[in-house]
Design a binder for this molecule. Structure first.
Ligand code: PEP
Ligand code: MG
Length: 886
């Protein structure tokens, strides 16, 4: 018999923390907390296997599930002494989803289940509180109506609003028992009107409906989107947790709250969280009432005048502090907990590893090493390499002038400027057009997730640090300012205003999620630094990794930035990128358009001194670190003159007529330039181009060697080789020029000549190619393009559909296709080494900065990865994790 249901409560459980695959994160941790003897309301978890079964079998359940659920209910009844559906002592339960990976706010929850016209009376009597009983009942109808029966929830809101207006009150808590009783009647009428049948009164039918709704919510559009954005497989399914209700809405000695054991924005080691008196869990997250701080410190820090839990319920607060300490040392990680206080008694409803910003993650990891909770390598393992991206972007210049429009909570750090939009759809549409947008909402809901992802940053006028916007933004690494109450957001007029200023849709604002400030216009930024906890962790990572990390850079600014981020050399200097600047482009065009060798040589002579200076600058900055310079690889179309103005420039520089220039441009036009006259093919047709470049490289090496007293060892790289003979011939050119420069300068130059492996044929012919190549650098951009036969410039129009339809899990131009392209890399590495055992192997395609691809490079035994400067720290960390075997 399969066990579909796992019970917990009363100091024991059938599950454990390491059973999250089966029980989901919530279920596994409820079991673990029960085993630890913490106060957890008893309940049971229906496993993720039931979800899988449900979808594999036309949305039906295993035959023996019901009996196991009944047994689970019995057990709750025994522990609580209450009976499900019994008006004299009614047991109420909550029904919550709980997937393997946390998906905050994405799936459905039903509270107070088991209430009906009879049990509500029993509850009133048992609690000796009519108001509480009817408050719970109206919440239940509203939630169940919304989530299970799919009645438009605004109909309930409307009825509630009318009731409050009729009574002249503004808060739900001000409604009396009799008002709530009437409201329950209204709500039931709403349901009956909408569905044509009454609200279900049988608790067992209610339970069945709620369980079905939770499983159903696994496939809602928002859950599907969230999984796609977070790489959570659909096959995982969700578990369902059914648990005895405890009530935070039983008057002023009751409360509900959420807490982080450390600050999720900064990582500071201090209990951090919010609570609401006389409320149920949803009220905190929904941002309907302004939550109060747990601690006095939190209250003071945020200038709140509402009392802290520490003051109001000191005893329960003390218990909470004890429990959070126990949870942290048990799990050895920052926890995100949910609790309820029922008439002065504390109950734990959830614990999980808390979502945090990259900055907080670093601080927590480093602190925990210092607290001896975790090892250095564990700290390195815990940081998501990609998340470092958040810290590698510019910050606001503290000295830049600014006009602050409003101040909210610093919910997720990072400073960005962008155009204001007021809806998620608009954010997505504008972002697709390449605009930077800031999504401004009164509050966000799970329906907004795609727009939050598309936006550079998120601002809300309502909600606390644990509101939906704050939690999701932190998870995504988007800067967020939450609860900027001064902002008046007018969706109709498409404006936001505060402090006598109004900003309309499309106008630029700046927001700083580290300070909570929202500012007019764009504010100047400064470059980030790797310092403090970040630097400490990187040192640990460097001690662990085997792969070297170089950078792709051709400008001095990029090279300098890369050095600051820890680059250990240049893995790819694309010389054609050095040709786009000012007067060079004219000389380069002249060279490309020349009709004979003499014409080309004349143009090349103009370029040589500029190239030499370019290389000298890079050698100077890299101070002895290896520098790989790739000889010209221009897809020709990028260089041909297009406009009349450009043609005139070329004509003037080369002394030709406009007609001749136009004719030559037409002649050079290619139908498929990516597969055309580029890379080493250009060097084969016009060896004088590579000759000039080699000369510039070697002369610069001699110059900088003399200047610094440190010999420069350039690595000369030939692109787009597919045939061994191509490399052989071009190596001869390079060697000849090296000999000439050595003879002329009297200085001996050590150098390497190697090739890019970026065509399938090159990978297959690696044994032969390695006879002339002293190193291989995998150009996985072209290798992906040519292996798939998918144009790297045109793929975006259809790859999206491929991902949505599950043909490709990831964009192969972003994350290396291990099965296909990866296989070619392995073949080339192996064959190359057969010929030349010490051949140097690296990668310089975009994949060099993608953590998963770095992992592959480690496993394939490459020597280094090379990536853009801002991804160098990401690659260093990913390389360390690869070495740990994460
Ligand atoms: C590559 O093809 O992976 C590569 C690094 O070269 P480029 O992107 O310049 O074609
Ligand atoms: Mg290439």
């Amino acid at each position: 018999m399969t066990q579909w249901v796992y019970g917990f409560g009363d100091g024991k459980a059938e599950g454990r923390a390491d059973m999250r695959e089966l029980l989901g994160g919530k279920g596994a941790n409820l079991a673990e907390m029960s085993n630890l003897g913490l106060p957890v309301p008893p309940g049971f978890t229906i496993t993720t296997e039931v979800c899988t079964f449900y979808y594999a079998n036309g949305q039906t359940y295993p035959g023996d599930l019901q009996a196991q659920i009944d047994a689970g209910l019995k057990q709750i009844e025994q522990i609580t002494g209450m009976v499900f559906g019994d008006p004299s002592k009614p047991l109420l339960v909550s029904v919550r989803s709980g997937a393997r990976a946390s998906m905050p706010g994405m799936m459905d929850t039903v509270l107070n289940l088991g209430l009906n016209d009879e049990t509500v009376e029993g509850l009133a009597k048992a609690a000796d509180d009519r108001r509480f009983a009817y408050d719970s009942y109206r919440r239940f109808i509203q939630m169940y109506g919304d989530v299970v029966l799919e009645v438009d929830h605004s109909l309930f809101e409307e009825a509630l609003q009318i009731m409050k207006e009729r009574k002249g009150v503004s808060l739900d808590t001000e409604l009396a028992a009799s008002d709530l009783e009437k409201l329950v009647e209204e709500y039931k009428k709403v349901v009956a009107d909408q569905l044509g049948r009454p609200f279900p009164q049988d608790p067992r039918e209610q339970l069945k409906g709620a369980i079905g709704a939770v499983f159903g919510s696994w496939m809602t559009a928002r859950a599907v989107t969230y999984r796609r954005l977070n790489g959570i497989p659909e096959s995982w399914g969700t578990a369902v947790n059914v648990q005895a209700m405890v009530f935070g809405n039983m008057g002023d000695t009751s409360a509900t709250g959420v807490a982080f054991t450390r600050n999720p924005s900064t990582g500071e080691r201090r209990l951090y969280g919010e609570y609401l008196v006389n409320a149920q869990g949803e009220d905190v997250v929904a941002g309907i009432r302004t939550p109060q701080h747990l601690t006095l410190a939190g209250k003071e820090e945020h200038g709140s005048d509402l009392p802290a839990m520490e003051e109001v319920m000191p005893e329960v607060f003390g218990q909470l502090v004890d429990i959070q300490n126990r949870l942290e040392s048990h799990y050895r990680d920052m926890q995100d907990i949910e609790f309820t206080v029922q008439q002065g008694r504390l109950w734990m409803l959830q614990t999980r590893s808390g979502k945090r910003t990259a900055g907080a993650a670093l601080r927590i990891a480093v602190d925990m090493v210092e607290e001896k909770l975790i090892s250095e390598s564990e700290a390195v393992r815990r940081i998501e390499p990609q998340s470092l991206d958040q810290l590698l972007h510019p910050r606001l210049d503290p000295d830049a002038p600014r006009t602050v429009l409003a101040r909210g909570l610093p919910a997720s750090p990072g400073a960005v400027s962008g155009k204001v939009v007021f809806s998620a759809d608009e954010a997505e549409a504008m972002a697709q057009k390449g605009e930077d947008v800031i999504l401004v909402r009164i509050e966000t809901s799970p329906e907004d997730i795609h727009g939050m992802h598309a936006a550079r940053g998120i601002v809300t006028s309502r909600g606390g640090m644990t509101s939906h916007a704050a939690v999701v933004a932190r998870g995504m690494g988007r800067p967020c300012v939450a609860g900027a109450g001064e902002l008046r957001i007018d969706y109709k007029a498409q404006t936001l205003s505060a402090r006598d200023k109004t900003v309309s849709k499309g106008e630029t604002i700046t927001m700083d999620g580290s300070t909570g400030e929202v500012m007019l216009g764009a504010v100047a930024t400064i470059q980030p630094k790797v310092s403090g906890d970040f630097a400490k962790l990187m040192v640990w990572a460097d001690g662990i990794r085997r792969l070297k990390v170089r950078t792709n850079a051709e400008t001095p600014a990029d090279a300098e930035a890369a050095i600051k981020f820890g680059a250990e050399g240049i893995g790819l200097c694309r010389t054609e990128h050095m040709f786009f600047d000012g007067e060079r482009i004219i000389a380069v065009r002249e060279m490309i358009m020349a009709e004979d060798e003499a014409g080309r040589r004349a143009a090349l002579a103009k370029i040589l001194p500029m190239q030499r200076e370019d290389f000298a600058a890079l050698f100077r900055i890299m101070a002895g670190l290896p520098v790989t310079i790739r000889l010209l690889d221009p897809p020709l179309h990028e260089f041909l003159p297009r406009t009349d103005e450009e043609m005139r420039e070329v004509a003037a520089a080369s002394g030709k007529s406009m007609d001749m220039v136009r004719h030559r441009a037409l002649q050079l036009h290619e139908s498929n330039p990516m597969l055309g006259h580029r890379g080493c093919r250009l060097g084969i047709s016009y060896p004088e181009i590579y000759e000039m470049q080699a000369r510039a490289i070697f002369e610069a090496a001699v110059e900088i060697g003399k200047e610094t007293g440190n010999p420069v060892v350039p690595e000369v790289m030939i692109p787009l080789v597919g045939m061994p003979k191509e490399l052989e011939l071009l190596k001869e050119v390079v060697d000849r020029v090296a000999g000439e420069v050595q003879a002329a300068s009297g200085v001996h130059i050590d150098y390497l000549v190697g090739t890019m492996i970026e065509l399938p044929r090159a990978a297959l012919m690696a044994r032969e190619i390695a006879k002339s190549a002293e190193f291989f650098s995998f150009g996985t951009n072209d290798l992906t393009q040519t292996t798939f036969g998918i144009s790297r410039d045109d793929s975006s129009s259809f790859l999206d559909a491929y991902q949505r339809r599950g043909i490709l899990e990831k964009d192969p131009f972003v994350s290396l296709d291990v099965d296909g392209v990866g296989e070619l890399v392995k073949i080339a590495a192996e064959r190359g080494r057969q010929t030349r055992p010490d051949i140097k192997l690296g990668i310089c395609g975009e994949h060099g900065g993608d953590p998963q691809s770095v992992m592959f490079c480690h496993e394939a035994g490459l020597d280094y990865v090379s990536c853009s400067p801002y991804r160098v720290p990401i690659a260093r960390l990913a390389a360390a994790q690869a070495a740990i075997g994460k």
